[in-house]
Design a protein around this ligand. Structure first.
Ligand code: G
Ligand code: G
Ligand code: MN
Ligand code: NA
Length: 255
């Protein structure tokens, strides 16, 4: 309860921040096709609180729409600032995680449109990450909202793919552009079990989608993923989620 009250305060005070993890192209390691926005909370007494934990608290206490809008607005304005600072070296897109609750709201499409208009970020530079479980409730409404977002130019990624409950029959009808191979399958790859990663990448391609592998920590994983045809990769091997200033340094030094 105390944490819920503190989160409410933090949202009001604007003391949450957003960190950004690079997403790398397998075929062109000098490109920066995207960064994923990940919310961070440095609690004044407890120190950093895990986003897994406080995102759930926000979802359970009616705070997720406000949190989600904060991250979306912050991420879109940050990419506009990077475009000024880095020009063509700026990330091409920013990926923002959308909670199931946000997608279940009638307001989501207008909210996204409003933030894009306010920040001046072209819709084509925004990608929304949704999980399979976000799509099992009210399938028709979710599908319709994603279609309207795509019609605006926003792209959609299916996050943590393979860990939820989405049916493969439904996947074919879903308006998504990217399948994200869950970190657990990238880990298995490292332990000599490429079956699931291989199947997800194959499925993505057979549906005309790009495959993104998450949680890449070892060069051998990249080699294996490249051999399987993965398009994009992200993970600690390339960079952790970092502050906007650190991302600029990383971009200038590493690439
Ligand atoms: O860095 P990591 O510990 O950042 O993230 C943990 C979990 O929290 C992940 O499942 C991630 O998708 C989720 N998460 C991080 N940032 C956000 C956000 O802005 N919105 C939502 N809904 N989830 C987020
Ligand atoms: O669920 P989602 O994919 O949005 O969450 C991303 C989560 O994965 C964040 O918690 C992020 O910090 C974490 N993460 C990103 N890269 C790596 C990695 O290479 N290894 C591990 N163990 N975690 C990672
Ligand atoms: Mn994600
Ligand atoms: Na994920």
């Amino acid at each position: 309860l105390a944490l819920t009250l503190d989160l409410r305060e933090a949202l009001k005070a604007g003391s949450l921040r957003v960190a950004y993890q690079p997403v790398i192209s397998v075929s062109d390691p000098t490109a920066l096709p995207a960064v994923e926005a990940l919310v961070r909370w440095d609690h004044p007494e407890r120190g950093p609180v895990s986003p897994d934990h406080f995102v759930k608290i926000a979802e359970a206490n009616g705070l997720i729409e406000q949190l989600g809008l904060f991250v979306l607005e912050e991420a879109c304005s940050q990419l506009v600032r990077w475009c000024d600072e880095l020009g063509t070296a700026a990330p091409q897109k920013v990926n923002v995680n959308l909670s199931a609750i946000q997608l279940s709201s009638r307001a989501v499409v207008d909210d996204v449109a409003r933030v894009l208009a306010r920040t001046g970020l072209p819709a084509t530079r925004l990608c929304l990450e949704v999980t399979e479980t976000a799509l099992v409730h009210d399938r028709e409404a979710s599908r319709d909202r994603l279609l309207r977002l795509q019609a605006m130019g926003v792209s959609v990624a299916l996050d943590d793919f393979g860990t939820g409950y989405s049916s493969l029959a439904y996947l074919r009808q879903l308006p998504v552009n990217y399948l994200k191979v869950d970190r657990s399958f990238v880990e298995e790859l490292h332990r000599g079990h490429p079956q699931v990663a291989s199947a997800v990448i194959g499925l993505a391609h057979s549906l005309g989608l790009s495959a993104v592998a998450e949680g890449v920590e070892h060069p051998e994983q990249v080699e294996a993923l490249a051999a399987l045809g993965a398009d994009l990769v992200q993970g600690w091997l390339y960079g952790r989620a970092m502050t906007p200033a650190d991302l600029v340094t990383w971009r200038r030094e590493v690439r």
